[in-house]
Design a protein around this ligand. Structure first.
Ligand code: TXE
Length: 483
């Protein structure tokens, strides 16, 4: 399979008012293939003019779309889901090529989840109800939840269609129109989605896509006075810039940011399951998932046994061509990101860590890094505090439950955690004591789209998922009727 056999990767465009268009300035930048390092297409280098045009199209579409009956909106979203499902193989291959992720993972995770996102919110809006509050016999209050208008949706490169659809689906299901800004590093499936929404019959302007750099197109979207809300997923530093630009304009803001998630393994855990699942939570998507459990803490009595088994399993992972069905770990997103990941492995050595396996960039074209396991570091090291976002994990022993909780809570992040134990009471105690938005007990990445999802502290502000998403994308208006 080559780039030449997938011409869609070269055809990246903006999507404004139902038309696939170039950037107003006619400028482009290269789209680099992570697994070869070669240019595989061009991306429109959009600026304020493109964002202005997209916002204008979204505003034009809003009055009619927001009044479209929920059942009709639902039917259109279900149609979009069906078309994504129809094109799943092509979308999976393109996503793999554009992001470096194994095609097997795109098939299993990314594309099915994009389908599920549209189906979930298509049907959720058919089951919505709102509150009523009777004030004794004096008044009756009822709450309307009305769409916000044109909303901005900014997504990252690690789960391109998965996260873009996680935002687009609830936004338009709730009656908003939107301007999506995919990552400049993974623009292709957003353009394919634009073709799909057109084929599904979505009215022009309901979904718009502006491609380009964050500091230019993303910033223009965040600052635009007619954009009512920003839903952002990306790095913590970028999230702070988005918040700084959106706050003075009083936009609703949802920020899903980074993580440095603990994976806590007690001595009574099912070790087979803990090892197998921890391999996934460490190295799936090259470790480029905000929910990856990059800090592994193991109770001292089983620490050495766990390390031996985990390292042996890590060595079996096949790193290579993302389009090969047998590949477990593909390429990192970019040369710059690979340099960042390698830099942290070097730092780990300087901080006194032992590289138990991996540690090197692969000597081949593209941006490949060996799955890497580091032991011997403590919670005060930078490597255990800063998000690496690559196939690199640390394993640290702990003495008891109290220390495990302290270690888990020792960073500024608070996105997710996994806890492995067969002791039910301990599981509940530890879950309650770890400060983060999602805790998995004896599992990882088991997602139910109805549950609240988001982070604490530097992992973000706000919650999405289920009603939380629909509440974020609507404004609550109370109507008080005197009786
Ligand atoms: O993503 P950015 P980057 C982490 C990970 C990674 C680091 C930086 O640690 O190494 O963040 O990644 C847009 N105004 N995560 O730099 O910059 C940008 O165009 C508005 C965690 O590649 O956060 C893209 O569409 N928008 C993470 C989106 O923001 C701006 C996923 C995310 O890009 C902008 C990715 C600006 N000023 C990286 N600057 C997760 N939590 O899943 C950039 N953007």
């Amino acid at each position: 399979m080559t780039v030449a056999s997938m011409p869609e990767v070269a055809r990246v465009a903006n999507f404004i008012g139902g038309e696939l268009v170039d950037a107003a300035g006619g400028e482009h930048f290269d789209n680099i293939c992570p697994s070869t390092g070669e240019v595989m297409g061009e991306v429109p280098d959009s600026d304020e003019r493109d964002v202005d045009a997209a916002v204008a199209a979204a505003k034009r579409a809003f009055p009619s779309w927001s009044r479209t009956p929920a059942a009709e909106r639902s039917t259109l979203l279900l149609k979009i889901a069906d078309l994504i499902e129809r094109d799943r193989e092509q979308l999976a291959r393109v996503e793999s090529l554009d992001s470096g992720k194994p095609v097997s993972l795109a098939r299993k995770l990314d594309i099915p989840r994009a389908v599920a996102n549209f189906r979930f919110f298509a049907t959720a809006i058919l089951h919505e109800s709102t509150e009523a509050h009777a004030t004794d016999t004096t008044a009756l209050n009822y709450t309307l939840r009305q769409p916000l208008g044109a909303v901005g949706l900014i997504s990252p490169w690690n789960l391109p269609l998965y996260l873009l659809s996680w935002k687009i689906a609830p936004a338009i299901a709730a009656g908003n129109t939107c301007i999506a800004k995919p990552s400049e590093l993974t623009p292709v499936t957003a353009t394919m989605l634009a073709r799909i929404v057109t084929e599904a019959g979505l009215p022009p302007g309901v979904v718009n896509v502006v491609q380009g750099f964050g500091a230019k197109a993303g910033r223009a979207l965040t600052c635009h006075p007619d954009v009512s809300a920003i839903s952002f997923t990306g790095g913590t530093v970028t999230g702070a810039a988005v918040a700084a630009n959106a706050a003075p304009r009083f936009k609703k803001l949802s920020l899903e940011l980074g993580g440095k998630n603990p994976n806590v393994i007690f001595a009574d855990a099912d070790l087979d399951d803990a090892v197998a699942t921890s391999i996934r939570s460490s190295f799936w998507n090259q470790g480029e998932i905000c929910l990856c459990g990059s800090r592994i803490f193991v109770e001292r009595s089983i620490h050495d046994r766990f390390v031996d088994r985990f390292v042996a399993a890590t060595k079996k992972l096949r790193v290579g061509d993302p389009l090969d069905d047998a590949t477990d770990v593909g390429a990192l997103i970019s040369e710059a990101h690979l340099a960042k990941v390698s830099g942290y492995v070097d730092l780990a050595s300087r901080e006194g860590g032992h590289i138990a396996t991996g540690g090197r960039r692969l000597d081949r074209p593209g941006f490949f890094h060996e799955p890497t396991v580091i032991t011997g570091l403590t919670c005060d090291c930078r490597v255990l505090n800063e998000e690496i976002f690559g196939p690199v994990v640390t394993i640290t022993p702990f003495e008891n439950e109290r220390e495990a909780i302290a270690f888990a809570n020792s960073t500024n992040y608070g996105l997710s955690a996994s806890v492995w134990t067969r002791d039910l009471q301990r599981a509940h105690r530890v879950a309650s004591a770890i400060d983060c938005g999602t805790i998995w007990i004896n599992t990882w990445l088991l997602r139910d789209l109805r549950v609240p999802f988001g982070g604490m502290r530097e992992s973000g502000v706000g919650r999405e998922g289920g009603w939380e998403s629909l509440r974020f994308f609507t404004e609550a208006k109370n109507v008080c009727v005197k009786l």
